[in-house]
Structures are given as C-alpha cells and as structure tokens.
Design a protein around this ligand. Structure first.
Ligand SMILES: O=P(O)(O)OC[C@H]1O[C@H](OP(=O)(O)OP(=O)(O)O)[C@H](O)[C@@H]1O
Ligand SMILES: O=c1cc[nH]c(=O)[nH]1
Ligand SMILES: [Mg+2]
Length: 207
C-alpha cells in the first residue's frame, strides 16, 4: 500500500495544536480544517487532469482541469470536520456519507448511516476520517465503497496507529493512505498513543 506521511512544519504545528489537551473544541476544529487543506492538497498531487483550450485576455492557451473529480466520503462524526475544507479545495467533488461508532468494549465499528452513490466505478474516492486506530472503521467503509465498484480509494487521515496501517494494507483493497503522522501504538482502550484523544468528542463534545 502506498503511504504518504505529509512531513511539513505547518502540518506538524497544526497537529500539535490538535494533540494539545488544552485546545478547546473550536481550536481543535479550526486546526483540523487547516490541516485537512494540506492533506487533501497533497493527496491530489497525482490526480488525473485533462487539457482544454482557454482564451486569456491576450491569447489562446491550454488550460487544465480535473479529469475525474473525486467523491468525498467523511466518516461521521469525526470526519465531518474535514469535509468543508476538502470541498472548498475541490469544488467539483461530490459528497457521500458513512456513519459508524466504535463499540466501547469490543472496539468493533457499529455502522448507522450509509448514504453513497450506487455506482462508484471509475470515480476516485477520498475517505475522510482523522483517526485510523485498529483500522476496523476504515476497512468497513472501504468494504462499502468496493461493493459499489470503487477501484481507486484514498484514505485521508490525521493520525494512525501501526495496527491500523497494517489492517488497511492487509485488507487487499485498492487503497492508498495520506496522513500527518504514524504514532507509536494503541492503549488498552484502543486509543492511539500519543494520539489526540477522541476526535469526535474533541470537535463536538461527548456522544
Ligand atoms: O480504527 P478504529 O479502531 O475503527 O477507530 C477509528 C474510528 O474511531 C473514531 O470514531 P468513533 O467510533 O469514536 O465515532 P465518532 O467519530 O462519532 O466519535 C474515528 O473517527 C474513526 O472512525
Ligand atoms: O485514539 C482514537 C482512536 C479511535 N478514535 C478516536 O477518536 N481516537
Ligand atoms: Mg469518537
């Protein structure tokens, strides 16, 4: 699996704000929005483009545009904090939604929402979820996308644990990963260490 850790001082500073337990919900959301801009910008680097003729006020020239605008899929709740910024960066992108919440004891994802186009063949899909911990939620989301014909999936995350990265690589799905950090591991509650806590709660308050 192709994995790209965005290694940039501005991204590292925003990630630090998100990690800091003193950051309130609004500060956390703002840092996530700004970091998402950088992650999606990097994730789009190899996007397919097409040329078309364009006239400047001075002369005819060749312009470029995205050949296949992606579908953005935030995983609720935490991924909601990434979708507005990703849409602003790619205005032609569509948006689908998946909702799931981990069972606190088993840590398995419990799905509660699936709102996706029926046919995803030929459409690049960007899954937006700040946290990749055990990988259960991301693999389940990509199961849903592949079942609809997706063959080109990018997982855009903020922080991952090595176990989640391995789970994604071993899923056999056509996925690449773009993120800001691969952290040390998971604690006994399957929280990422050092991580940033519960990314849903830190944006929106307890569920
Ligand atoms: O890799 P995993 O072990 O599956 O954990 C990652 C999932 O956990 C978080 O969601 P959570 O279940 O806390 O729901 P929330 O976004 O509503 O808070 C996070 O946003 C991921 O979706
Ligand atoms: O550390 C973690 C793990 C799963 N989900 C989160 O929001 N944070
Ligand atoms: Mg949560």
């Amino acid at each position: 699996m192709q994995t790209h850790v965005v290694d940039h001082p501005l991204a590292a500073a925003l990630l630090t704000t998100m990690r800091d337990a003193r950051s309130d919900n609004a500060t956390f959301r703002s840092a996530l929005r700004r970091l998402t801009h950088m992650l999606v910008y990097e994730a789009m680097r190899d996007a397919e483009i097409e040329e078309f003729p364009v006239d400047t006020p001075v002369a005819a020239t060749t312009g470029i545009r995205l050949a296949k605008p992606p579908l953005l899929v935030p995983v609720l709740r935490a991924g909601l904090g990434m979708v507005e910024q990703a849409s602003a960066l790619i205005p032609s992108a569509g948006v689908g939604f998946v909702g799931m919440a981990r069972d606190e004891k088993t840590h398995a994802p419990v799905p509660y929402l699936e709102s996706l186009p029926a046919d995803l063949s030929g459409i690049p899909v960007f899954v937006l979820d700040p946290m990749l911990a055990t990988g259960g939620s991301m693999v389940h989301t990509i199961d849903l996308l592949v079942a609809r014909g997706a063959t080109d999936v990018t997982a855009v995350c903020v922080v991952a644990a090595p176990r989640g990265v391995d789970a994604l690589a071993e899923s056999g799905h056509p996925v690449r990963l773009v993120l800001a950090s691969i952290d040390d591991g998971l604690d006994e509650n399957a929280f990422i260490v050092p991580g940033l806590g519960d990314a849903g709660d830190r944006q929106f308050g307890p569920r």
